[in-house]
Design a protein around this ligand. Structure first.
Ligand code: PLP
Length: 459
């Protein structure tokens, strides 16, 4: 007989004993309760003690339509009863076909082919592999390297992690996939040049990509991976003209432009695909998270006809796939989610309210600890500083003590679930469900104001 495992009704003990949480210092829960969320409704979530929190991060940039949407749960149940599972390996099922067609309809240009995955990291992994095989098929086998940006996060599979620009996250797993190179991101708050001229800064930042292609040799570079608004580092929107120039560079050197929209797609910025918001047409879009508002997992790499063409010839095939890619239940939920977006005009709501959201957060500028408030759509970062004039940031000890030891904990204690992050400089990240309105923005601002006012006295 194996060890008897007492099933505890006190989730906090069972969580520590058995649930290995992701990106989590498990040791910190040896003598502390694991926060356990049991229910959600609209923009609110509730813990196992019945306490309410405002979900300031839509779970993890996921729950676009808000919590507790019966129609999404019903769509999942209906599909599970009809056909719970079938793979899309040489066979199709109706929901995957319908969803692929629907996503192709939303995607710009000739992005008409949809390769499903189960999440974002797999979508990024897929895009890199697809780029490599594409260039082998069209007789340019040397083109295999990729370029991405400093501090950007693109997922945890070893290819996606190589593309990620966060050395500390990669170090335990080196050596990763070779050939992934980094350039400057679009953090204009800390721009090394042209900090007071967004257009010039955008041109400079885009030209970093051209320079890197030249350094590596254009015949060796396959793709550039960019988020429309970079998350890690705290929401870096593209400066004006940035993506226009990047597109020109990619065309000039026959390098594929991958728009990593794992966070930014599905209304987060007010459009179904975020490249539309900034007026560029990539060669591939990677997406996941908000596609189902989190009611079931799925991801996708949306690919241009031009790229797909050689794969559709003769006996060629893309030698890649996932058992659960395009899962029928997830595809059905994604379709219901897109119906809901249309019926309720969620993307338009984001466009209508983004200015008010930003204005509300900008009130926090009167606090000495708030250096910058930036973002787009329903996606914002608040950067914390020690000195507003010099923009001096926290040191490692202050990040531990103030950001994690105080701000993060107190925001939650005070009823706001969001994220304090120091993958670049210390920031608070906000991305509520897309149903949020002025009352949500005000509640966030009030809670953050109280916590940051107190945090300043502890620096
Ligand atoms: N790409 C970006 C831009 C992301 O933000 C993330 C996750 O946050 C990923 C990829 C990885 O997605 P997943 O966690 O679904 O694998």
């Amino acid at each position: 007989m194996g060890n008897a495992i007492a099933v505890s009704t006190d989730h906090s003990n069972a969580a520590y004993d058995h649930l290995w949480m992701h990106f989590t210092r498990m040791g910190s829960y040896a003598h502390a309760r694991v926060p356990t969320i049991v229910r959600g409704e609209g923009t609110s979530i509730y813990d196992d003690r019945g306490k309410r929190y405002l979900d300031g991060l839509a779970g993890l940039f996921v729950v676009q339509a808000g919590h507790g949407r019966a129609e999404l749960a019903d769509a999942a149940a209906r599909q599970a009863r009809e056909l719970a599972f079938f793979p899309i390996w040489s066979y199709a099922h109706p929901r995957a076909i319908e969803l692929a067609e629907r996503l192709a309809g939303h995607a710009p240009g000739d992005l008409n082919k949809v390769f499903f995955t189960t999440g974002g990291g797999e979508a990024v992994e897929t895009a890199w592999k697809l780029a490599k095989q594409y260039f082998k098929l069209v007789g340019k086998p040397g083109k295999h390297k990729v370029i991405s940006r400093a501090v950007a996060y693109h997922g945890t599979p070893q290819g996606a992690l190589a593309i990620t620009g966060l050395p500390a996250l990669k170090a335990p797993f080196e050596p990763l996939v070779p050939g992934a190179h980094k350039v400057a991101n679009t953090n204009i708050y800390r721009a090394p040049v042209h900090g007071d001229d967004p257009e010039a800064f955008g041109r400079w930042a885009a030209d970093q990509i051209e320079q890197q292609i030249q350094f590596e040799g254009p015949d060796s570079v396959a793709a550039v991976f960019l988020e429309p608004v970079q998350n890690a580092g705290g929401c870096f929107p593209p400066p004006p003209g940035y993506f226009r120039r990047v597109r020109e560079i990619c065309d000039e050197y026959d390098v594929l432009l991958v728009s990593d929209e794992v966070i930014c797609a599905f209304g987060r910025l007010g459009t179904i695909f975020a490249c539309d918001k900034f007026g560029y047409v990539p060669d591939m879009i990677t997406c996941a998270k908000g596609m189902t508002s989190g009611y079931s997992p799925i991801g996708a790499c949306v690919v241009s006809d031009r790229l797909a063409e050689p794969f559709y010839q003769g006996s060629n095939s893309f030698l890649h796939g996932y058992t659960f890619g395009g899962h029928p239940v997830s595809a059905a939920v994604a379709l219901a989610n897109l119906d809901l977006f249309e019926r309720e005009g969620l993307p338009q709501h984001v466009l209508d309210q983004e200015g008010a959201f930003l204005e509300t957060l900008r009130r926090l500028h009167d606090l000495p600890i708030v250096g910058d408030v930036r973002g787009n759509g329903f996606f914002y970062g608040i950067e914390l500083v020690k000195d507003k004039t010099t923009k001096e940031s926290f040191d490692a000890e202050e990040c531990e003590r103030i950001l994690y030891g105080y701000v993060s904990r107190e925001l939650f204690e005070n009823g706001l679930y969001c994220r304090a992050d120091d993958r670049g400089d210390p920031v608070i990240q906000l991305a509520p469900p897309l149903i949020a309105d002025q009352s949500t923005f005000d509640e966030m601002e009030q809670i953050i104001r109280g916590v940051l006012t107190e945090a300043w006295t502890k620096l």
